[in-house]
Design a protein around this ligand. Structure first.
Ligand code: NG1
Length: 398
């Protein structure tokens, strides 16, 4: 199918063909922290988006998609590209294109065919994978090299074109992922700390089958949470004597012990800001503890932190839903040592940690009790994935 479309779509274009691949990711811990300038701990996974493309002499981008729910698109490269209506897949392509044109001026267009085995709107970052894949293809087409950290920042900033005030986690892990490795990512300035995933740990990703579509209500909640966090920080730094003059969450956490910070903020903030603030600072603390737990191959400690993260996201940040909670409970009752929603929440996936030898039991229980109960008999393709820590995005000749 991809090959037929490739022949049809690229048939008229002369020159060499290339393949760009960009992985999805699962965030192990550190949720709703990145846009607050606080760390995250994701890994790139084996599922990915690919673009097979040829370079054009002019500045037109023409892309077709193997999946016909995504119609073909064509537009001209420039530093000011009109978006399609919210939710259109081409907006992620345009986001990358506009950001690169603003930085580098005129670029060569491409003709390409997009395919993917990444579930869409599942919290596995298919959108950023598409943005990154486009960016790498266009850079390759114009023979431009960028420093990886610079590109991660540029693409993260660029993806705000779609209307979501996102942080920089997804673009950084998509570009920086390494096989067998998770990355702790810090922001302002961007820093990546690779951490080997113990070989007998397995992260099982299970979709709630509730679409976490960031073009709709989820985007509104996502952006509102960001505004709530900024407001909470502003109140705390104005009213808490020890926090005077602080301008960021990272600085605040560097200055005060976690317990003092939470207790101090509790006395100042009203709900829901009090709970939003508590989630953000306790979650950031869990990220560093989790990294140390992984370095020490302490499965129980890592799992406990994942479960604490889920409770905080459910109760304080209010971004879980019944299906995600059910999946977490089922995973914990079936051999997982920790489980949590992953990604923005309000649908999408959970990630559960177990020992390799427990994977068949865990996967079997989720298959039967969650998916089987909903009439889905073959969830492994789309909904139930044993994640493999994988290499980041790249371009190779076809
Ligand atoms: P997903 O799960 O892909 O919607 C979003 C943001 C991340 C991060 C998480 C929550 C984008 C592109 N992605 O991820 O930056 O904030 O939510 O931790 O906005």
């Amino acid at each position: 199918m991809a090959n037929d479309l490739l022949t049809r779509h690229l048939g008229a274009v002369a020159g060499d063909r290339y393949l760009t691949q960009a992985p999805g990711r699962v965030n192990l811990i550190g949720e709703h922290t990145d846009y607050n300038g606080l760390p995250v701990f994701p890994m790139a996974i084996q599922r990915r988006i690919t673009i097979r493309f040829a370079v054009r002499d002019d500045s037109t981008v023409r892309l077709a998609n193997v999946d016909d729910q995504f119609p073909p698109c064509a537009f001209e490269l420039s530093g000011s590209i009109d978006p399609d209506p919210a939710g259109a897949w081409v907006n992620y392509v345009k986001a990358a294109a506009q950001a690169l044109c603003r930085r580098h001026g005129a670029l060569h267009g491409i003709d390409g065919v997009v395919s993917s085995d990444l579930p869409v709107a599942a919290g596995l970052s298919s959108s950023s994978a598409l943005t990154v894949a486009t960016a790498l293809s266009l850079l390759h087409g114009s023979e431009i090299d960028m420093e990886p950290l610079d590109l991660m920042n540029l693409v993260a900033e660029g993806e705000r074109y779609v209307g979501t005030a996102g942080g920089g986690m997804d673009q950084a892990i998509c570009l920086g992922g390494q096989a067998d490795t998770a990355l702790k990512i810090d922001f302002d300035p961007l820093r990546l700390t690779p951490t080997a995933v113990p070989s007998d740990w397995r992260f099982v990703v299970a979709s709630s089958m509730v679409r976490a579509e960031k073009s709709g209500a989820v985007r509104e909640t996502y952006n509102r949470r960001g505004a709530e966090c900024r407001e909470a920080l502003e109140v705390v730094t104005r009213q808490l004597p020890e926090a005077r003059g602080v301008t960021s969450y990272a600085e605040l956490m560097g200055r005060m012990l976690l317990d003092e910070l939470v207790a101090g903020a509790d006395g100042i903030l009203d709900d829901p800001l009090r709970r939003r603030f508590r989630h953000v600072v306790t979650e950031a603390d869990r990220v560093e503890q989790a990294r140390l737990g992984m370095v020490a191959a302490d499965l129980r400690s890592f799992g406990g932190l994942m479960s604490a993260s889920h409770e905080s996201l459910r109760d304080d940040y209010e971004v879980s839903c019944d299906e995600l909670d059910e999946l977490v409970d089922l995973a914990m009752a079936s051999g997982a040592v920790g489980a949590r929603l992953t990604g923005a929440g309000l649908g999408g996936c959970i990630v559960a940690l177990c020992l390799a030898e427990r994977t068949p039991t865990l996967v079997g229980a989720l298959r039967e009790e969650f998916y089987g109960a909903r009439g889905v008999n073959d969830p492994e393709n789309e909904h139930l994935i044993v994640a493999e820590p994988s290499q980041g995005a790249s371009v190779t000749p076809l």
